[in-house]
Design a protein. Structure first.
Length: 215
């Protein structure tokens, strides 16, 4: 006899499936890979099951979620012994020892609690907080526009956008109140022996020599 899952458990499973899709989409952006293996455990007492995903066609979030659902419904697919790129586990912490990036999902009254466990097994060195922020940003954008291609969904947090677009572009500097020849003379005084003109492999003039010819 089989028993359907209680209705209250189904939303958590659906959110877990969406997190699998979002994690695959994020890793595809990080690594520029189109084929990924994400292991998924839908409950604390279920072992993570590998889900092979193909993003070569540039799917939307809705299409990738459907791909996850088909893979889970298909059963065994020959990837049981392969090392996953990441694990999404509901109510589970990672085992001891080396493991892939492990996203623990803890459903609660205030929504899903996410914790990314890393132990240096992977090549990616982004801090866990950075990955969680990117994942949440991507998931929010994908759920708002599920039919939009995932490659067009933003992953940068507001803080990262502020730093990249504003803080790193603050290159303004006061313009010197002097003529060009005066600026050159000041530079020549600071570095008189620096090469200012290279006319041929054997002919060159220092800053001091050029400055002396203009005064």
């Amino acid at each position: 006899m089989t028993h359907d899952k209680p209705e209250r458990e189904q939303p958590d499973h659906d959110r877990g499936v969406r997190l699998v899709a979002a994690m695959a989409a994020l890793l595809a952006r990080y690594t520029d890979r189109s084929e990924l293996l994400i292991a998924y455990a839908a409950a604390p007492d279920i072992a993570p099951r590998p889900v092979a995903l193909d993003l070569k066609a540039g799917p939307s979030f809705a299409e990738l979620v459907a791909q996850v659902q088909r893979a889970l419904a298909a059963g065994v697919d020959g990837h049981e012994t392969a090392e996953p790129d990441a694990v999404v586990a509901v109510g589970q912490d990672p085992p001891s020892g080396p493991h892939a990036d492990w996203l623990s999902v803890r459903p609660g009254d205030g929504g899903l609690g996410l914790a990314l466990h890393r132990n240096g097994a992977g090549a990616d060195v982004r801090p866990a907080e950075h990955v969680i922020g990117n994942l949440q940003t991507l998931l929010a954008g994908a759920e708002a526009e599920p039919d939009r291609p995932l490659a067009e969904i933003a992953v940068l947090t507001a803080t990262e956008r502020q730093r990249l677009l504003v803080e790193l572009n603050r290159t303004a500097a006061p313009y010197p109140d002097a003529c060009l020849h005066q600026l050159f003379a000041e530079q020549a005084a600071r570095t008189p022996d620096a090469i200012a003109v290279q006319s041929s492999p054997t002919g060159s003039s220092t800053s001091a020599q050029v400055s002396s010819r203009t005064t």
